[in-house]
Write a protein that binds this ligand. Structure first.
Ligand code: SF4
Length: 288
């Protein structure tokens, strides 16, 4: 396999074969994200992608999942994606799921029929970063997409039948937006009702604009207790069906996992219990 630069994948694709269909992210402007900063975006040559799949076939006996990277591989033309999906089906008959990163714009640029055809040819899951449902925060982080567009893309993904996994980031609005971030994000999730919601916690990357804002005192990081209060408010305001919720990434202070709405009370109790622990209190209140 040939990999260019650092390669990222969602936590649930940890055991997947990763194949780069694109290099970098076409947007590459989010102020908190350093993932593809060093890469100039381009779509890889189809032959190179197919060659990588062929060489992986020679090397690995049993591949259950394949993930198409980098940032927004759904940007590829539908015809090219179909060639890749059909090639995977031919040479990896044992593969059960193919996943891809998809920006809201990538999803909206495809017709519903295109998405359905991709599903019929093996595309099993799309990962879309929502980050926040609050318009001010989306503007501040230069996500390049407003909440209405997020919802439209999410609804279209759901309608296509391809599983939709979305991510949000705790603390992304800093101390000024705890309530707005939690409640507006819950509203967007309620509209979309994705199959999976992943809640990460903001981790500062040194080579980002947000980090510079933080160093200059223009952005305040949440304390662990504030992150949990924000998470609690978010979960309290969710109203979804059969939505798998995960907040069990290395960035999270406590590990939360369940299916919403069914497990809502249990998750809220787990947060309440954690909030009683000293380590989540602001330093001045520990031991009290
Ligand atoms: S968060 Fe996603 S869309 Fe934004 S720059 Fe990073 S990879 Fe690109």
């Amino acid at each position: 396999m040939r990999y260019e630069g650092r390669v990222f994948r969602p936590p649930s694709e940890a055991r997947s074969l990763i194949v780069q269909a694109t290099i970098g992210c076409a947007h590459n402007k989010c102020t908190f994200c350093s993932m593809y900063k060093e890469k100039k975006f381009r779509i890889r040559k189809l032959d190179d992608i197919l060659e990588d799949l062929n060489s992986a076939r020679e090397y690995y006996k049993n591949i259950k999942r394949i993930f198409l990277a980098d940032g927004d591989a759904l940007i590829l033309k539908t015809e090219d994606l179909l060639i890749i999906l059909q090639h995977i089906k031919r040479i990896f008959p044992e593969c059960e799921r193919i996943g891809i990163y998809a920006t809201p714009k990538d999803i909206l640029n495809k017709s519903l029929n295109d998405l359905k055809v991709l599903k019929d040819n093996g595309l099993g899951i799309m990962y879309m970063g929502i980050e926040s449902g609050n318009e001010d925060i989306l503007n501040k982080i230069t996500k390049g997409v407003d909440r209405k567009t997020m919802i439209k893309a999410g609804e279209k993904a759901k309608e296509s039948g391809i599983k939709l996994s979305v991510t949000l980031i705790s603390g992304l609005g800093g101390k000024d937006y705890i309530k707005e971030h939690a409640m507006d994000s819950a509203k967007v999730i309620n509209e979309i009702n994705p199959d999976y919601v992943g809640l990460l916690t903001l981790m500062m990357e040194e080579d980002t604009e947000l980090y510079n804002d933080y160093i200059e005192g223009n952005f305040e990081l949440l304390s662990p207790e504030e992150v949990m209060i924000e998470t609690k408010l978010f979960i309290e305001n969710l109203n979804v069906k059969n939505c798998v919720f995960r907040s069990n990434h290395a960035s999270n202070y406590i590990s939360l996992k369940g299916t919403l709405n069914d497990d809502k009370d249990r998750l809220l109790n787990e947060i309440d219990e954690a909030l009683k622990e000293d380590i989540y209190k602001p330093e001045g209140l520990r031991g009290l």
